[in-house]
Design a protein around this ligand. Structure first.
Ligand code: NAP
Length: 260
C-alpha cells in the first residue's frame, strides 16, 4: 500500500480507502476485507444513513473513520449534535476525520468552524475536513479557522471528471491539503464509455493490471490524493487495494491526461 500524509498532520493514511455510499448490510464483509488489506480509511456520512452498519463492520478493527456533517446541520449546536449522533451510531468515542459534506452559503462558515474546532478540543474528532468546496470556498474556510488546519477536501475526481487538475488540486498540493477523490471509478462509467474503456483496456493489458487499477493508480500517482472507491464485491475490494502498488510511466500518464 502507498501512504499519503493527511494534511500536515504527520498522520499517514492509505492512498486507497473505501467509500460506503449506498452500502448496506451486504457491504459489511467488503468493509472488513478492505481494512484487513490496509485500505482502512472508511468514508461514510450522516446523510448516507448507514453509520450503524459501518459501525458494525469496523468494530474491533484499526479503521480510520471519516464521516460528514450534512449541510443543513452547519449551525454551531447542530454540528455538535450531529457529531454526537454519528459517534453513537458508529459506536466509537472519536471520529478520525470529520468533514463538512457540502458548503451552505446560508450559514456563516466561521460559525461552523468554531463548532468543528470545539469538537477537536473536546477530543470528539481528530481532524477537520471539508467536501465539495470550490477553491474559493476552501480559501474562505481556511481563513475561518482559528487554531487548526483543514486537512482535506473530498471532491469528485476520476479519469472522466478531472476539472480539479486545473486549480483545486495544485492549490491543495501547495497547501498540503489532502484531496480525497470521490467516485474515483466514475460510478462504473469508465467501463461503459467506449473511448475511455478502450484506452484503459490497452493500458491494462500493457501493465498486466485491471481497468479499475489503472484508473485508480492514475489518480494517486502524483501524491496528495486518496481515492475512496466503493465496492460491495470482495474481488473488487482486493483489486482496488492492488491499485497502489505499481507505477504508470510518465508517457502513459500524459497519454491518459491528453487523450481523455
Ligand atoms: P465509485 O467508487 O466511483 O464506483 C462504484 C462502482 O464501481 C460500484 O458499482 C462498484 O461495484 C464498482 N466497482 C468498484 N470496484 C470495482 C472494480 N475493481 N472493478 C469493477 N467495478 C468496480 O462510486 P461512488 O460510490 O459514487 O464513490 C465512492 C465513494 O465516494 C462513495 O461510496 C462515497 O463514500 C464517496 N462519495 C462522496 C460524495 C460527496 O459528496 N462527498 C459524493 C459521492 C460519493 P460493486 O459495488 O458491485 O463492487
Amino acid at each position: 500500500m502507498k501512504y499519503v500524509e493527511l494534511g500536515k498532520t504527520g498522520e499517514k493514511v492509505p492512498a486507497i480507502g473505501f467509500g460506503t455510499w449506498k452500502l448496506g448490510n451486504e457491504g459489511i464483509d467488503a468493509i472488513k476485507r478492505s481494512i484487513e488489506l490496509g485500505a482502512n480509511l472508511i468514508d461514510t456520512a450522516e446523510m448516507y444513513g448507514n453509520e450503524a452498519i459501518v459501525g458494525r463492520a469496523i468494530k474491533g478493527t484499526n479503521a480510520f473513520i471519516a464521516t460528514k456533517v450534512s449541510p443543513h446541520h452547519l449551525h454551531y449546536e447542530d454540528v455538535i449534535k450531529a457529531c454526537n449522533r454519528s459517534m453513537q451510531l458508529l459506536g466509537i468515542k472519536q471520529i478520525d476525520l470529520y468533514q463538512i459534506h457540502w458548503p451552505n452559503p446560508a450559514i456563516p462558515i466561521k460559525e461552523t468552524m468554531k463548532a468543528m474546532e470545539k469538537l477537536v478540543d473536546d477530543g470528539k474528532i481528530r481532524y477537520i475536513g471539508v467536501s465539495n468546496f470550490s477553491l474559493n470556498e476552501l480559501k474562505e474556510a481556511q481563513s475561518a479557522m482559528s487554531k487548526y488546519d483543514i486537512v482535506s477536501n473530498q471532491v469528485e475526481y476520476n479519469i472522466m471528471v478531472r476539472g480539479i487538475e486545473d486549480d483545486l488540486l495544485p492549490f491543495c498540493r501547495k497547501e498540503n491539503i489532502t484531496v480525497i477523490a470521490y467516485s474515483p471509478l466514475a460510478r462504473g462509467e469508465i467501463f461503459k464509455e467506449k473511448k475511455v474503456y478502450e484506452l484503459l483496456n490497452e493500458l491494462a493489458s500493457k501493465y498486466g493490471k485491471s481497468i479499475a487499477q489503472i484508473s485508480l493508480n492514475y489518480l494517486i500517482a502524483e501524491g496528495g490524493v486518496v481515492a475512496i472507491p466503493k465496492a460491495s464485491i470482495i474481488k473488487h475490494v482486493e483489486e482496488n487495494v492492488g491499485a497502489a502498488d505499481f507505477t504508470i510511466s510518465k508517457e502513459d500518464m500524459m497519454k491518459i491526461r491528453h487523450f481523455l
